[in-house]
Design a protein around this ligand. Structure first.
Ligand code: NAD
Length: 387
């Protein structure tokens, strides 16, 4: 049995549960050198949180995350709180010398994200940003293909992350719809994912031109008592202002000469978690969509009359990120991405190296988001490096 790595997790919502799944399965699947021990889950004092902590397998539950991050027996702090809490969570955890995994987007704004990066550098701790989709084997295969030159020169990135959960104007004003708690709306929540996927696959985004829109500007104030699903949320008769974007669209130029289009919306009726992209190169194309996440569509130039996209089932022992899962073709799902994510975090600590994606990736992503937001305000192109 390897060395134990004691984890303290902040947040008992959707991500608190997803990360718990990741930690529970990390050792059995990947036989990691370190064994993550689910020591303590911290959340707001809500009845549901204590039950969630118990059901997810945490040894303890507490309502004071500050106390938890200072505990001598905690090695890794996992930040699954709403965006506005990330900065203080991370600064305190870094000051206490803990390794950190922090959900995306890193913070409400770029300044906060930069402060977090500085703090973990100063503390000399390992820090990872939770861009989960990097852990999808089909996406990692796409990256290998792009890097080996199989697609030739990359020309287009076409990414869209589409949801529809706030189309009902009676859906309550949850923290995700308020700037002070979320920083931005669809842009930072799901636009952050497509931005990171684009950076992971194609490289840095140099300039952007975008526009944001809020379709429903007032909603019932939330009266929910926690829970892990959006359907747990309830509203009151009193209304409050929506202060973030409902949808964001932008185009961008990459440092390597490729051009891209991006769309992030929670108003795409019928689309639940439709996160997808297509990339076209001079010799081939790939396309992927989360709702069919095990497949990578691949088109290769020069195949004559039988040409066309084919579906590559990206689940073999040669597919990066799938090696220790099931026999070839026995597909995986959302939860498994978190298991892969925890493996990377735990391995980085054991191997004394920086995890990928790191806080630098979180900051770079936030720079792009800030540039898109400013571009929408000023109605012109923005250079990402100016942010
Ligand atoms: N990687 C992904 O794919 C992915 C998916 C969803 C959410 N996220 C990110 O994960 C984070 C959490 O999102 P979620 O969907 O789990 O939210 P959620 O609303 O479901 O849960 C938030 C949890 O944080 C706790 N909390 C709230 N305020 C707190 C405070 N001040 N101190 C301590 N705990 C507090 C709440 O008790 C709740 O348990 C966000 O940053 C979000 O952007 C990432």
């Amino acid at each position: 049995m390897g060395k134990e790595l004691n984890v303290g997790l902040i947040g008992a919502g959707f991500m608190g549960v997803a990360h718990s799944f990741g930690f529970r399965n990390c050792l059995p699947v990947w036989n990691t050198e370190y064994r993550p021990v689910m020591k303590c889950m911290a959340a707001l004092p809500q009845e549901s949180a204590q039950e969630i902590a118990r059901a997810q397998g945490w040894e303890e539950y507490c309502t004071d995350w500050r106390e938890m991050v200072k505990r001598e027996d905690i090695d890794l702090v996992d930040v699954c709180s709403p965006n506005f809490v990330h900065v203080e969570n991370v600064l305190e955890a870094a000051a206490a010398g803990k390794h950190i995994l922090c959900e995306k987007p890193m913070a409400n704004d770029l300044e906060g994200a930069r402060t977090m990066l500085e703090a973990v550098r100063k503390a000399g701790v390992k820090a990872m940003c939770g861009f989960t989709y990097r852990q999808v084997p089909a996406i990692r295969l796409a990256r290998e293909m792009i890097q080996s030159g199989e697609l030739g020169e990359i020309r287009h990135f076409r990414g869209a992350y589409l949801q529809d959960f706030i189309m009902d104007p009676e859906f309550p004003l949850i923290w995700r719809l308020q700037k002070e708690y979320a920083g931005s709306g669809a842009l930072g929540d799901i636009g952050a994912h497509i931005t990171d996927i684009a950076r992971f696959l194609i490289g840095e985004i140099e300039s952007v031109s975008g526009t944001l829109e809020t379709f429903v500007r007032e909603r019932p104030k939330e009266v929910s008592e926690g829970g892990t699903k959006l359907t747990d949320r309830a509203g009151s008769a009193e209304k409050g202002k929506v202060t973030v974007d409902d949808a964001a669209v932008w185009c961008g130029r990459f440092a390597n000469g490729a051009i891209g289009t991006f769309e992030a919306t929670r108003f795409a009726g019928g689309r639940k978690n439709h996160n997808g992209f297509e990339i076209n190169g001079s010799r081939g194309s790939v396309a992927w969509n989360f709702e069919d996440m095990n497949y990578l569509q691949y088109w290769k130039d020069g195949e004559g009359a039988t040409q066309g996209f084919r579906n590559v089932l990206a689940t073999s022992d040669q597919t990066p990120g799938f090696e220790n899962w099931w026999p070839d073709g026995h597909i995986i799902g959302y939860g498994e991405c978190f298991v892969n994510e925890m493996k990377e975090m735990v391995d980085a600590i054991a191997e004394d190296r920086d995890p990928v994606p790191g806080f630098e990736d979180g900051v770079r992503c936030q720079q792009v988001l800030e540039a898109v937001s400013k571009s929408s305000e000023e109605k012109c192109w923005m250079n990402v490096r100016d942010f």
